[in-house]
Ligand binder design. Sequence first.
Ligand SMILES: NC(=O)C1=CN([C@@H]2O[C@H](COP(=O)(O)OP(=O)(O)OC[C@H]3O[C@@H](n4cnc5c(N)ncnc54)[C@H](O)[C@@H]3O)[C@@H](O)[C@H]2O)C=CC1
Ligand SMILES: O=C(CO)COP(=O)(O)O
Length: 356
Amino acid sequence: MAGTNLATKLSNVALNNKEKVCLIGSGNWGSVIAKIVAENVSKYPDQFDPEVRMWVFEEMIEGKRLSQIINEKHENVKYLPNVRLPDNVVAHPTLLNAVEAATLLIFVIPHQFVKGACDQIKGHVNPNARAISLIKGVDVSKSGLRLISDVIKENLEMDVSVLMGANIASEVAEEKFCEATVGYRNEANGLVWQRLFNTSYFKIAAIEDVEGVELCGALKNVVAIAAGLVDGLKYGDNTKAAIIRIGLSEMRKFSKLFESNVKDNTFFESCGIADVITTCFGGRNRKVAEARVLTGKSFDQLEKELLNGQKLQGTLTAKEVHIILEQKGLCHEFPLFTQVYNICYEGHEPSAIIKL
Ligand SMILES: NC(=O)C1=CN([C@@H]2O[C@H](COP(=O)(O)OP(=O)(O)OC[C@H]3O[C@@H](n4cnc5c(N)ncnc54)[C@H](O)[C@@H]3O)[C@@H](O)[C@H]2O)C=CC1
Ligand SMILES: O=C(CO)COP(=O)(O)O
């Protein structure tokens, strides 16, 4: 991005009207992102409408609707407790109302729900809208693997960027310094997203590699399951470092299998090595995989017991990746991904994680 004339590019993108932002999602990460974006739209009132809409998948909390609680208390008491959301974040329980008139759509829901959300809004979005996906996952069907950003793009017929990075939500909520990577196809849109998300503590780099950035975000969750298993087995730091190295190497190999133009440098951005490290030390996937070893309970049961409605992405992604590897007859070239799948779905012992 060095040397880019930001003002000129942005003015080419900005329609005569101000950009209106809508978040599709209000979980742990979605709520942190709402806070960042709401603060940033207030910094650039000429470019952005001050109201940030946030679609809430409605649920009842002690007899009251979560969307109502968020609008009254300015806090997502279930998914991001004790963090004040700016007053300009407005929660909407109806997806169609939330996206109405929005020109910037931020998708931040667990990946298993994205098709349902797209189905609901297809044909009802502003024709000038662009989207960004913060969703870490992939879509797999009989026709093969699709990026989540492509699912959104094909359904809604708009340009879709991605944002991934080493971003444990609770730490970003406390405004502890970290970085993230925007992957774009359209540079002008990439710049809009960079401006919308960048803060002094959340530093955004923008690169032209949607496939690489997004696949890093999805695949690191499978590596984090492996890291949690070795933590539970108390195998020590050297083993965990080996898991991280082998995992990163399989992430790169798998990404290039999907798209040969994925850039090597992407793996050195926040979305690559940095996210693998933070998730293997501090993430939910790691935590639940460790508990799987320590308690012997299933991943599904532990997700319910430990995450209070938050969702694991790594186990499902391990299954989705495995389907592709089996289709291509390549399981033997991805021993770590294959062992994670076998442990999660085929009843193999957690100790199989080091049979690589
Ligand atoms: N939490 C984190 O630290 C980070 C998460 N991410 C990614 O962001 C994405 C969203 O995750 P979070 O915001 O953490 O969510 P979460 O896991 O905290 O919460 C789950 C969300 O899913 C919603 N939900 C439940 N059933 C639903 C349905 N049928 N349809 C639509 N929504 C439903 C819940 O209301 C809740 O908002 C995931 O892909 C995750 O990997 C990315 C970076 C950091
Ligand atoms: O993506 C994340 C950090 O960048 C969060 O990872 P978990 O879903 O494992 O908590």
